[in-house]
Design a protein around this ligand. Structure first.
Ligand SMILES: [Zn+2]
Length: 391
């Protein structure tokens, strides 16, 4: 953060100079303009024929000189700003380590197929964010063709979310009713929460909405057993409608953060229903990269300083474990206890009949004349009895 603050200070200096320069230029130009206008009106008043040519010549020369001077002053001040701008660049270089090439795996994006994956991931991210026109532009420029069936869910999601943000519940309710059974299968409370919020928005309308609220309450019927307590609270609040819910024991019902909450619940449940991750894969990768990069750059430096070259040769494998927090736990990773290598698709973990797990490469190495002795227990067994396991 200290680095950001340092760059920000330099940036503020530039902005300050820029604004001052703008004001000063305007003042000087206004003054110049006034002089020229004055000269013009004087000339018109005299009539050119009557004027003394030498005086006229002098006045014009004086005027030109002033203009030239002003231009020079403004140009030199403009140059000063260049100096401040380049200071910002230097502050960025000084405070941020731009040398990330040492930890980059060179071959990650070197095939057209992988580049296509990257473009598709970015396009998907843009659709998620509702930045449809940017996504379309990227598709055109990168030549990526996105199927309408992939686009459609995002368009619908965004349309409903946008309405929810303006406290319009109808599109979300329509969607929830259409997908009721599938939502219930997911144990989702979305539909009830939407009806509840609709009811609360009617309560907000005061006594004039009492009848409508009572009628709307029939929507709670399918949820009566699961949300009995919530429904009781909602119905109880009707007693205070005449005097205003905001002055009643039910004032909590009017809290505005429920709208942010319903947006989150909708996004979570709709994504689950559509088989999408709640967060954009691009955001998750980017955030993880930001956390991991400084650690990787440090370790790279240490390796180089101590000349442990060759320790980190496989760039698709991390030299150390980096804790990204529980939020980033998606699946377990298994490192073979024999070869001390992370298992992969080509070298998967294998469970021996004694229950111990080693990698397939280790299993092949330890197999001798069709027999395998478990390196842990050490039970002798047939290596073909080992089973691949999936995390
Ligand atoms: Zn064993």
């Amino acid at each position: 953060m200290e680095q950001c603050a340092c760059v920000e200070r330099e940036l503020e200096k530039v902005l300050h100079r820029f604004v001052t320069y703008g004001h000063q230029s305007e003042e000087r130009l206004d003054e110049l303009l006034r002089n020229v206008c004055e000269l013009r009106s004087r000339l018109l008043a005299y009539g050119v024929q009557d004027a003394d040519l030498s005086v006229l010549h002098q006045t014009m020369a004086q005027c030109c000189k002033e203009i030239k001077e002003t231009v020079q002053v403004l140009a030199s001040r403009h140059k000063d700003i260049h100096g401040s701008v380049s200071k910002v660049g230097k502050a960025i270089d000084r405070n941020f380590d731009a040398e990330v090439s040492a930890v980059i795996a060179e071959h990650v994006w070197d095939t057209p197929e992988r580049q296509k994956y990257l473009s598709e991931t970015i396009v998907e991210h843009l659709y998620r964010q509702g930045m449809l026109s940017v996504a379309e532009d990227l598709c055109q420029e990168s030549g990526v063709v996105i199927d309408m069936s992939m686009k459609q869910p995002f368009l619908e999601l965004n349309r409903i979310l946008e309405a929810l943000r303006t406290q319009d519940l109808r599109p979300a309710l329509e969607w929830a009713v259409t997908n009721r059974q599938r939502l219930l299968d997911l144990n989702s409370t979305l539909e009830f929460k939407l009806h509840r919020l609709y009811f609360i928005s009617l309560l907000n309308g005061g006594i004039s909405k009492q009848q409508e609220a009572l009628q709307y309450a029939r929507h709670f019927q399918p949820f009566a057993s699961q949300h009995q307590r919530d429904i009781q609270i909602l119905m109880g609040s009707l007693v205070y409608l005449r005097h205003g819910i905001e002055n009643s024991p039910y004032r909590d019902l009017l809290e505005t953060d429920q709208w942010a909450e319903i947006c989150n619940i909708f996004t979570r449940d709709a994504c689950a229903l559509l088989g999408l991750s709640v967060e954009s894969p691009l955001s998750v990768s980017f955030a993880s990269g930001c956390m991991a990069l400084p650690v990787l750059m440090n370790i790279k430096q240490v390796i180089e300083q101590r000349q442990y070259n060759g320790v980190w040769t496989h760039k698709d494998e991390l030299p150390i474990e980096i804790d990204l927090g529980k939020k980033c736990w998606y699946h377990s990773v298994f490192a073979c206890p024999i070869l001390r290598q992370q298992t992969s698709e080509s070298n998967p973990p294998m469970k021996l009949i004694c229950g111990h797990v080693i990698s397939r490469d280790a299993l092949n190495k330890l197999t001798n004349a069709g027999k395998l002795k478990c390196p842990y227990c050490p039970m002798e067994q047939n290596p073909t009895d080992a089973k691949q396991i999936f995390f």
